[in-house]
Write a protein that binds this ligand. Sequence first.
Ligand code: GDP
Ligand code: MG
Length: 429
Amino acid sequence: MKSRRTESRERPLERAALVGLVTRAARRADPDTILDELEGLARADGAEVVLRAVQDRPSPDPATLIGQGKADTLALACAETGADLVIFDNELTPAQGRNLEKVFGRRVIDRTELILDIFAKRARTREGRLQVELAQLQYRLPRLAGSSDALSRLGGGIGTRGPGETKLETDRRRIRDRIASLKREIADVGRRRSYLRDRRRRGDVPTVALVGYTNAGKTTLFNALTGAQAVASHALFVTLDPLVRRLKLGDAGQILLSDTVGFIDRLPHQLVAAFRATLEEVAAADLLIHVVDAASPDRDRHLTAVRNVLADVGAAAVPTIEAWNKIDLVDADERARLETSPHGEVLISARRRDGLDALARAIAAHLSMDTARVRFDLNLRRDADRKTVAELYKMARVVAHVADGDRVAIDADVPRRLLGRFPRAKVPA
Ligand code: GDP
Ligand code: MG
């Protein structure tokens, strides 16, 4: 972390021009705010925004997206403001990207590439880095043809000349080989992770995952709860890979708390695919804490985006606590309204450490509430049954134990997440 910060201080900020296209079909509420999210992303990537332009057209131009005339005007504006690169809010086809680079005479990227770049800089775990590299290569492969710049961005070094046809073919093959080997490595890491996940399960420690829109305050909350020093920043995507810490939580005993990816709207599909494995960790959690920025004007849109991603990764059924954060920024009226909301949100301020006790109680309640009362008829002469008795006393709450010679009837409250381990459990009549 330290070196990254020094680096960004020493290097002058890249100057970025932001461009968005609005078509009649997809016009959103306010033209002034259309590029706000892109600006947040660009800043998170270390760029300084020197120009914002929104073009309104009935439909995208196949050659230049925004139309040749608009592109020419923007080229002048870019020169005037000294922009180093142009970032498009819309996804560009390979041909549009090439044409626009010619018109502007500077580097052109789209939102997907920007997000990939941020992910590449911030991936912390080996798996995260592999996933981002895979997504980048898959995105760039079809864009290689005829672009003199694409290869240098793949690591050929600045000043690499445009590749000849043969070289291009070799490079394509090299990239396909790398893609295949990345997929193998990712599968290996994934197997190892699910092994670790099983081990955690065997250790009987429930896992609680923080989820939520980017910038909602997940890392701040993670730190407040665990006393950890992960970097919280007013930036998008600081957290890419789940960071897991063991934490003692009053009555709930120990939990494993993980700080996960920040979700955003319109996550490029390459990234959804790339991070599916990581997001599946979320689906495997015993409990989710959905951190919501209660003070954000886009609160409802963010809520929906997060719920959609959760449903996408199969986590819709995981019990969820909504922690409405940044309550310190919410005005008194709204706060009073939220306090009496029937949906059971927990109001907190992670930064001021307000409401954390209530949150801890809610976590404890959810984790211990989620049990099922089941009956076991066991025979103590069988090894497997003796083991089951021992495990029940360790992992469940035994409420009745009736012995009759070698036979035992046990009623117990078993955490639902452990029910799979007790195939002989019966629902009592
Ligand atoms: P994440 O992307 O969800 O992990 O969000 P971070 O934890 O990185 O926080 C994003 C920004 O919100 C940071 O500038 C935090 O200091 C700020 N923040 C987090 N919690 C609170 C809070 O309770 N109140 C206020 N005012 N700001 C907060
Ligand atoms: Mg974070």
